[in-house]
Design a protein around this ligand. Structure first.
Ligand SMILES: Nc1ncnc2c1ncn2[C@@H]1O[C@H](COP(=O)(O)OP(=O)(O)OP(=O)(O)O)[C@@H](O)[C@H]1O
Ligand SMILES: [Mg+2]
Length: 504
């Protein structure tokens, strides 16, 4: 036989479309050409495959070899097709004679020695392969990741010769089982360490329960970063479907997927000096950025005004749609980015504006310019905006019982989140306009209050919807169905639209 077909998978965003590697040997001058939109690393595959075959003791056919990666219009990148190409050449030249190659999908980059090297993005390929009901062959180092998807027929191989032995009907490879204990997950600090700051603690609880965006503003050392770092300890675990989504993004980025598979929500805290590409994704071969790595979890931006404004503006769209589309000349790639934004900032360059003392020496102009680094539209997307005042000496120094522990708060959060899932199958922050009508109905007084606030142009339509979602979460935390006036008023406080005299 001079034609062989080996199945494998490409990587396109977090999808893994099927690719058939067709290898044809024909007469003519010895040559090897790869067609089907291969980029440079795939073209180099011919050198790796040639050396790997020869060092493994096979003949490299002295014939005209044509390799087609189908479908031809799908861009192919990286060394992930090496192993499939090698098997195709061996099969087409009659050196392998494998039965049932049709039932396998093969992923792996070849070293010149014939060793099989790991690659990125195995998890999405394993999910798709499981659905296609084929056996998946992966590099040994990727096997744990592949079985996390629940695909039970995963074969791990370390060398080309061992794989050929299996395919020829010799000693069989056993389906891979995940070995060893799960590595330890990072320890999240506990809320019990935080003194005072009752309002900020409450806001953290609300943010965790409904998945709302949160901004802490206040003087240096008041505990903003400290509070935000404690959010992961309050959040509900990922559902199975969500964990696979998160793990897929991490797999494509070449990061470990263990944490996501154990249900822990991602908490990403990039520094403000990170580049735009690192934050939102991109590059020649578009990679997911921090906002996608924070998918279904938290993106914590400490010192918010220090981030380049351009980067912050790019986040406006994913904050609404939960997705980022990275367009490059050749193609666009979409990555999921449904993250919860948590941010902290000082109110002015020196940090002490409006802290109850007169030590702030910033001019009104400086303060304005500093605050304007955060645009109105971005602020409009932040549901909970909170001042975190400096602690009084008594609060900090008087010996007192520790604050409520994260575990206790999390119990309430879990109950509230469960109510949301029972009622609408999703977190409150994901409620669409229509669902808001159904699940966040207001009584006459509530409607009157909100229309008064909107009439004074204190809330945009978006902010009003976001406010309703927060009010819904407050009602859920209380365990009641109807949204009451008190819930709306508390939600307004978080928008800074309420004073002791009433709605301003
Ligand atoms: N409410 C608090 N309870 C206990 N310790 C606190 C509290 N607030 C601040 N601290 C102490 O102050 C340190 C600094 O807090 P943190 O880094 O959170 O301040 P910040 O508000 O983020 O300041 P900056 O604006 O400078 O970033 C904490 O590590 C902790 O030791
Ligand atoms: Mg800080």
């Amino acid at each position: 036989m001079s034609l062989a077909i080996v199945h494998t998978r490409a990587q396109l965003g977090v999808d893994a479309p099927a690719v058939a590697v067709e290898v044809h040997l024909s007469g003519g001058l010895p040559s090897l050409s790869i067609v089907g939109l291969p980029e440079a690393a795939v073209k180099e595959s011919r050198e790796r495959v040639r050396s790997a075959l020869i060092t493994a003791g096979f003949d490299f056919p002295q014939r005209r070899i044509t390799i087609n990666l189908a479908p031809a219009d799908l861009p192919k990148e990286g060394g992930r097709y090496d192993l499939a190409i090698a098997l195709g050449i061996l099969q087409a030249s009659g050196q392998l004679k494998a039965d049932g190659l049709e039932g396998y999908e093969v992923l792996g980059e070849l070293a010149l020695s014939g060793d099989i090297r790991p690659l990125r993005g195995v998890l999405p390929a394993a999910i798709a392969c499981g659905q296609a009901q084929r056996v998946l062959i992966v590099p040994e180092a990727n096997a744990d990741e592949a079985v996390m998807t629940g695909h039970t027929r995963v074969l791990a191989v370390a060398h080309l010769l061992r794989l050929c032995e299996h395919l020829r009907g010799g000693e069989k490879l056993a389906p891979h089982q995940r070995g060893g204990a799960l590595p330890c997950l990072p320890v999240v600090p506990d809320l019990a360490d935080v003194r005072g700051q009752l309002q900020a603690r409450r806001a953290l609880e609300v943010a965790a329960a409904g998945g709302h965006n949160l901004l802490f503003s206040g003087p240096p050392g008041s505990g903003k970063s400290m509070l935000a770092a404690r959010l992961p300890g309050l959040m509900p675990p990922l559902s199975l479907e969500e964990s696979l989504q998160v793990a897929a993004v991490h797999s494509v980025a070449g990061l470990p997927v263990v944490a996501a598979c154990s249900g822990q929500r991602p908490f990403r805290a990039p520094h403000h000096t990170a580049s735009a590409v690192a934050l939102v994704g991109g590059g020649g071969r578009p990679r997911p950025g921090e906002i996608s790595l924070a998918h279904q979890g938290v993106l914590f931006l400490d010192e918010l005004p220090e981030f380049p404004r351009r980067v912050l503006e790019v986040m406006r769209e994913p904050l609404e749609t939960g997705e980022i589309l990275i367009s490059r000349a050749a193609r666009s790639t979409a990555y999921p980015a449904r993250f919860q934004l948590v941010a902290a900032m000082n109110p002015c360059p020196c940090g002490y504006f409006d802290d109850g003392t007169s030590r702030c020496r910033c001019t009104p102009d400086q303060i304005n310019r500093y605050q304007q680094r955060i645009s109105g539209p971005l602020l409009d997307r932040i549901d909970l905006q909170l001042q975190v005042p400096a602690l009084s000496p008594q609060e900090l120094l008087t010996p007192a019982a520790p604050g409520e522990a994260s575990a206790r708060v999390r119990e309430r959060v879990l109950v509230a989140r469960e109510r949301q899932l029972q009622r609408q199958g999703k977190a409150n922050r994901d409620l669409s306009g229509q669902e808001l009508d159904r699940h966040c109905a207001l009584d006459a007084r509530g409607r009157e209050l909100l229309s008064r606030v909107m009439a004074q142009h204190l809330l945009s339509a978006r902010a009003c919807h976001r406010l309703l979602r927060v009010a819904r979460t407050l009602a859920d935390l209380e365990g009641v169905n109807a949204i009451a006036q008190a819930h709306l008023l508390e939600a307004l406080i978080y928008r800074g639209k309420w004073t002791e005299q009433g709605v301003v």
